[in-house]
Design a protein around this ligand. Structure first.
Ligand SMILES: Cc1cc2nc3c(=O)[nH]c(=O)nc-3n(C[C@H](O)[C@H](O)[C@H](O)COP(=O)(O)O)c2cc1C
Length: 168
């Protein structure tokens, strides 16, 4: 990747994956990047649950009515779970870690997509059951990972929402 901007351009949500499995080295690389996420007061309230069993991952497609279909083809997934008692910035910390995961995946030539779990129907119950996550943790999201089976155009710098930027 020639620059961080290029990486940001190419990270798009991918919701269809081939059945090629993700190499252990790539998962390890992504996890190292997740573990370097900044966190409020460096309290690190996150726990990452790595799923590589296709059957378990695909079962997560049923975790909610809409927006979980990408799990039906993902060949790996990382659940971002947090101990909400550890830090009041837990949701920010988990979100940053999730973005590290997605950017690292993009850099490794993989597709990724955030599947939101927190306060979405009863989705947390199924995710916890399939990933073996203890009750004291809260699941923020599952990041679906795999080799892309769809093409998404990178962001076009000419078309960014510059009206969101204000002189202050
Ligand atoms: C907090 C958050 C929750 C999201 N939840 C879902 C989801 O449950 N299902 C889904 O398909 N995509 C989900 N997405 C992906 C967004 O739909 C996607 O990032 C957005 O449409 C922009 O597209 P892009 O990722 O290709 O740039 C989520 C993204 C974020 C940041």
């Amino acid at each position: 990747m020639e620059s961080f901007e290029q990486l940001c351009r190419e990270r798009r949500s991918i919701r269809k994956f081939t059945d090629r499995s993700v190499e252990k080295e790539k998962i390890d690389y992504i996890l190292r990047c997740a573990l370097m996420s900044p966190a409020g007061k460096r309290l690190n309230p996150w726990e990452f649950y790595v799923m590589q069993d296709a059957e378990k991952i695909h079962s997560l497609a049923a975790c909610k009515t809409y927006g979980s279909g990408m799990m039906s083809t993902a060949s790996a997934a990382i659940v971002v779970a947090l101990d909400t008692q550890v830090s009041d910035t837990w949701m920010c910390d988990g979100s940053i870690a999730a973005e590290h995961i997605m950017l690292a995946a993009t850099e490794q030539g993989l597709g990724s997509c955030w599947c939101h779990v927190y306060e979405r129907e009863d989705s947390e119950r199924l995710v916890k059951e399939q990933a073996g996550i203890p009750d004291n943790l809260t699941v923020l999201c599952v990041i679906a990972l795999g080799y892309k089976d769809e093409e998404r155009k990178p962001y076009d710098p000419e078309k960014l929402l510059y009206n969101k930027v204000h002189e202050a």
